[in-house]
Write a protein that binds this ligand. Structure first.
Ligand code: GDP
Length: 301
C-alpha cells in the first residue's frame, strides 16, 4: 500500500496517474481538512471531496473541484431567496455536503462520515481526514482574519496576506486510522500540494511527523519551479509564514522526515540530493509518467 498526503489539486493530479498503476485498494490518502467550512448548514470539506470525486470518476478535472456536469439549481434559487453563498456549489456536490453535515450532527466522526460516503460512491481507496477535530486555516489581512476559503474564493486571493493562522478548539491529533495507514505502507508520498495550507495542517496533527520520521520511505514532490508555484497562492502564503517561496522553502518544512525530495527538471533552485523529474502534470499522460517514476523509486520496477 502507498499512503499519500493531499490537498485538493497537486496531489490529486498525481493520484490520477497512480490510479492507472495501482489497485484502488492499494491507495490510502490522508487529506487536509483545515479548509473545511459550514455553509447554509452543510459541511464542506473541499479537499476530501476532490479526492473522493477523483476516485469515484466524477471529478471535474478542468477545475479540480466539484462534480463534472453538475447543475446549480439550488445555488441559483438560494440567490433568488437572498442567500448569496460565496462558494458556487453544484447540486450533487451539495448533496454530499448535506449528507456529511447530517452524519456529523448525528455524532459520527469525520473519519466515519467519510468512510460512509466513500462506500456509497463505490470508492475502494481509503480516504482519511487528517484528524476528527476541527482545524481551520485563516489568513491575516488588512480586513482582519478571514477563513482561507473566503480569501481564495470570495476575494480571489487578491488581498495581501500578513500572516497565516490555524485555529483549533483542541490541539489536533492524527486519527488512529491515519497512523495505521502510514505504518502499513511501503511508502508515503507527499504530492505537490500547497505546503502551507494543505500539507502543514496535516503535519501539525500530533503523531504524524513522528510516524513519518520513523518511516523508511517518504517521498515528497515540490509544487514550485523557481519562486513561483505551478498554480495558486502558495508563494504569498510561504512568505507570510516566513518561508522562502520555492522548493528550498518547501524542503525546509519536510527535511526532518523526507527520504527523497523531487524537484522539477526546470527548477533553477539547487537542493543537495534532490531527484529531478518532469513534475508538470498538464494532462493525464504526464500524471502517469510521474507516477511511474515514483513507483520505480518505491518498488524498483
Ligand atoms: P489546493 O487544496 O487546491 O490548494 O491544492 P493542493 O494544495 O493539493 O495543490 C496546490 C499546489 O499544487 C500548488 O501550490 C501548485 O503549485 C501545485 N501544482 C498544481 N499542479 C501541479 C503540477 O502539475 N505539478 C507540480 N509540481 N505542482 C502542481
Amino acid at each position: 500500500m502507498i499512503t499519500f498526503l493531499s490537498g485538493g489539486t497537486g496531489t490529486p493530479k498525481l493520484l490520477r496517474g497512480m490510479l492507472e498503476l495501482l489497485e484502488e485498494q492499494e491507495i490510502a490518502v490522508i487529506v487536509n481538512t483545515a479548509e473545511d467550512i459550514w455553509l447554509s448548514g452543510n459541511h464542506l470539506s473541499p479537499d476530501i471531496d476532490t479526492v473522493m470525486y477523483l476516485f469515484a470518476g466524477i471529478l471535474d478535472t478542468d477545475r479540480w473541484w466539484g462534480i463534472r456536469d453538475d447543475t446549480y439549481i439550488t445555488h441559483d434559487h438560494l440567490a433568488d431567496l437572498g442567500i448569496e453563498e460565496f462558494i458556487t456549489m453544484g447540486d450533487r456536490d451539495r448533496a454530499v455536503n448535506i449528507a456529511r453535515g447530517e452524519m456529523l450532527r448525528s455524532g459520527m466522526r469525520l473519519t466515519e462520515a467519510t468512510r460512509a460516503i466513500c462506500e456509497r460512491l463505490g470508492i475502494q481507496a481509503t480516504v482519511l481526514p487528517m484528524t476528527d477535530s476541527e482545524v481551520t486555516t485563516y489568513v491575516r489581512t488588512s480586513q482582519g482574519e478571514i477563513h482561507f476559503q473566503e480569501y481564495w474564493v470570495k476575494h480571489r486571493g487578491a488581498l495581501p496576506i500578513e500572516g497565516v493562522v490555524r485555529r483549533t478548539q483542541e490541539p489536533p491529533v492524527a486519527t488512529p486510522e491515519v497512523i495505521e495507514a502510514i505504518d502499513a505502507s511501503d511508502a508515503v508520498v507527499i504530492g505537490p500540494s500547497n505546503p502551507v495550507t494543505s500539507i502543514s495542517p496535516i503535519l501539525e496533527c500530533a503523531g504524524i511527523r513522528e510516524a513519518l520520521r520513523q518511516h523508511r520511505c517518504v517521498i515528497a514532490v515540490s509544487p514550485f519551479i523557481g519562486d513561483a508555484p505551478i498554480s495558486g497562492p502558495a508563494a504569498a502564503l510561504m512568505q507570510a509564514s516566513g518561508r522562502e517561496p520555492s522548493s528550498a522553502g518547501t524542503y525546509s518544512l519536510y527535511e526532518d522526515f523526507v527520504d527523497v525530495f523531487i524537484q522539477d527538471t526546470r527548477d533553477p533552485v539547487e537542493i543537495d540530493g534532490a531527484l529531478r523529474l518532469d513534475t508538470l502534470m498538464v494532462y493525464r499522460g504526464k500524471s502517469l509518467d510521474l507516477a511511474k517514476s515514483i513507483m520505480t523509486l518505491i518498488y524498483g520496477y
